[in-house]
Design a protein around this ligand. Sequence first.
Ligand code: GSH
Ligand code: FE2
Length: 346
Amino acid sequence: MIFRQLYDAVSSTYTYLLADEQSREALIIDPVFEQCQRDLALLRELDLELKLILDTHCHADHITAAWLLKQKTGASIALSAEVGAEGVDIPLHHADMVGVQGVQLEVRSTPGHTDGCLSFVLSDYSMVFTGDALLIRGCGRSDFQQGDPARLYRSITEQIFSLPDDCAIYPAHDYNGRTRSTVCEEKLYNPRVGGNANERDFVQYMKAMQLPHPKKIDEALPANLRCGRPEDGKLPQEPDWADIQTNFAGIPEVGPEWLENHLAEVNVLDVREVDESGLAVADVPNLINIPLSELRDRVAEIPTDKPVITLCRSGKRSSLALGVLKSAGHDKVANLRGGLLNWQHS
Ligand SMILES: N[C@@H](CCC(=O)N[C@@H](CS)C(=O)NCC(=O)O)C(=O)O
Ligand SMILES: [Fe+2]
């Protein structure tokens, strides 16, 4: 199985990508709206087809990318039926099996943080995605959104601690950079529910906690009840001056075909050194040659009348030039994917 744990630093959310090596079908758990492009880039680069989008619950601290990813890929959205959200394709219930070809998850109802919290257990019981029911050495709060500490205690002890000791725990958040735990570890060391804690100990602990409400709660809850569809139903704005694909490294790129067809509308910045021979770019209008090593000092020479496409031999160095251009105030910039090696200019 292909497995990736992705992180959104703004909301401290983990997003998980699971896919089958043979069928190339993928599912994603708890995607974040603002990270949609990142997730699409990874799917593209790993040659995977997104078929299923799951949320562990109706999040209070960030907006899900479920709707947005569905618009981009056609994948189905699965969420607890309990949430009653609009736009769900597969309403989930306790004990359901859900997944894609080669990756199946058992659905376990684990309420207490919210009513509709689910944990997803990989069919071989090697991994569990606990959402906010159980966090690493912590757990989701139970002071709003139908939170109920006694219910949460039972969810954790009955539905998660009943899994094999070596089952790996992957939560929806970690606020300290911890990435995974195991059932055994949390049974022993979770400071709220581990060791010999009983339900009463746990409930008293949870009731004594005082946390500020999540900063984005007023925006996130209504949006997540629409699976992340914006109120106006419009897709977020993307650059319209070029056919840009941002890769998983975060670099905005255009393909050689797009460049060939739009040469008159852009300035082309070749950042190769003067002594580099071969791969000449003849007859390119608006061509500027500034070696990367001189770019910081000479960036003012680049006209600001048009977007800038950067290039070099392989398209690697030229991607670094984008940052220099942006710092100098150029906002429409992109790299030529694969560089001159990938461009047969005619
Ligand atoms: N500072 C964060 C707080 C987020 C928060 O409250 N997270 C919930 C999950 S939706 C939680 O249960 N946190 C547990 C904790 O902070 O111990 C924010 O403003 O978004
Ligand atoms: Fe949550």
